[in-house]
Design a protein around this ligand. Structure first.
Ligand SMILES: [Zn+2]
Length: 448
């Protein structure tokens, strides 16, 4: 058992309870025994949290870990220009490159306050080996809770799509591989460390048949659905030309609105689209830094929240957001909302809620993750806020969200430390960096 004491706590419970000086006690079952003010009576290993703030672990709701191997390319392009530059390189992916990229990306996420991450993987080269298995092995090594979404693309240039022929799969082949991934890996239990989602890539790289068959497959297996939607104005034009409707109208047509669906980006939404997402309980993974890097626009987060849309935060793939630091997305989300709607558009507490409970709702884990309450899984982060960058900022929550990226002193996943005293517990960061550099050189050399 672990007891953290002498610490500020932002619980993100339904009342946003905050303790300026409190404790969190964690049981041997990996769940929270108690959280409250003052010291704890519970016996167990004591951790002194003086100078720190404990929050729920951050939940990353959109990522492409393999892109860690292809960062820093096509840096001044739009989404479509960037994709066209990178697809040929991604065609050379294999399990070795994906494993090294995923371990580096997940290690970095852990150090940025993330305890649960999804990954949207949609490139499966024919001779690339088992890339899904490689990233699952990486997540097990780092110790994060992992929700890989088995992606797919079956609409290449010759059929009017954006990707070249050599990075897409046959429709039925993609569906069969996705079903097999669910059967092999998905754990439906409340304590699950690994859950699979079904995730065809985007309207301009996937046929309507793969979209609707994927929805049927996910619902028959009881797993969740994820895809990119309404990211750019180019995508909006594509949907208008090819389907005669908006991206959200297209999603509805192929069975893709519902409380078992969360969509990456949701930037270009009109009022009726926002209302449809809210009425159907469809979630949105808000990726403000990626949207800024690609100049894609700013999501209507305030309007989405007011329409009761579940909104989580995502770093998005590391090739379109080289920082990939989930803690920084709290501030980026706050800034983006305020650029649209003024200083009242999002508070620090609301930004933290996006990164925690909002993400848990997107992944369907809100009963077990997303807030610090007795009985929930002990996925938490203790941020150090008494160093040069933060000491003296008037309150701890403001220090975390408005201040510079805060060092993670401790991160627990199911009560098990994955970061301790600012270092990864289960991997060596320098080794991860060397392997990531090697993966980058391999894919670039092969692509050349
Ligand atoms: Zn993405």
């Amino acid at each position: 058992m672990i007891v953290i004491e002498n610490v500020a706590i932002a619980t993100v419970d339904a009342s946003d309870t905050y303790y300026a000086d409190g404790h969190v006690a964690v049981g041997d079952d990996g769940r929270i025994l108690s959280v409250g003010p003052g010291a704890s009576e519970t016996a167990g290993e004591r951790i002194d949290g003086t100078g720190c703030l404990v929050t729920p672990g951050l939940v990353n709701t959109h990522h492409h870990l393999y892109q860690w191997a292809t960062r820093g390319l096509a840096v001044d392009q739009t989404l479509f220009g960037w994709l066209k530059a990178l697809y040929p390189i991604w065609g050379r992916l294999d399990a070795d490159i994906v494993g090294a990229a995923a371990a580096a990306g997940l290690g970095w996420l852990a150090l940025s306050g993330c305890t649960t991450s999804m990954d949207h993987h949609y490139v499966f080269p024919r001779d690339g080996g088992d890339v899904l298995e490689a990233e699952i092995a990486a997540a097990r090594q780092i110790g994060l809770r992992f929700h890989p979404a088995r992606g797919s693309m079956d609409l290449s240039e010759k059929d009017g799509g954006l990707p070249p022929d050599n990075v897409v799969e046959e429709t039925d082949e993609a569906l069969a591989a996705t079903a097999a991934a669910i059967d092999r890996w998905h754990d439906p239990s409340p304590d699950a460390m690994l859950q699979i989602a079904v995730a065809p890539c985007s309207p301009f790289s996937v046929t309507s048949r793969l979209m609707s068959s994927s929805a049927e497959l996910a619902r028959s297996k009881g797993v969740r659905l994820h895809t990119h939607l309404a990211e750019t104005s180019d995508e909006q034009d594509y949907c208008r030309q090819h389907f005669g409707c908006t991206p959200v109208e297209y999603a509805e047509r192929v069975g893709w609105l519902g409380d078992d669906v969360w969509l990456a980006h949701g930037v270009h939404l009109d009022d009726s689209a926002v209302a449809r997402l809210g009425a159907t309980g469809t979630g949105v993974a808000h990726c403000p830094s990626s949207n800024a890097r690609l100049g894609a626009g700013m999501a209507r987060v305030r309007d989405l929240l007011d329409a009761r849309v579940p909104v989580g935060l995502g770093v998005d793939g590391s090739a379109s957001q080289e920082a990939s630091h989930l803690g920084e997305e709290l501030r980026q989300a706050l800034y983006t909302a305020r650029q649209r709607g003024g200083p009242g558009a999002l508070s620090a507490g609301e930004a933290l809620r996006l990164g925690t409970m909002g993400g848990a709702r997107c992944l369907g884990r809100q009963d077990d993750l997303g807030s610090l309450e007795a009985g929930k899984l002990a996925d938490l982060v203790m941020w150090r806020l008494d160093g040069l960058g933060h000491e003296g900022i008037d309150d701890r929550l403001a220090a975390l969200v408005f201040g510079p990226a805060a060092p993670v002193e401790l991160a627990l996943v199911g009560g098990r430390p994955v970061v301790s005293q600012g270092e990864l517990v289960n991997a060596d960061a320098e080794h991860l960096a060397r392997e990531a550099g090697r993966a980058h050189r391999r894919i670039m050399t092969a692509a050349g």
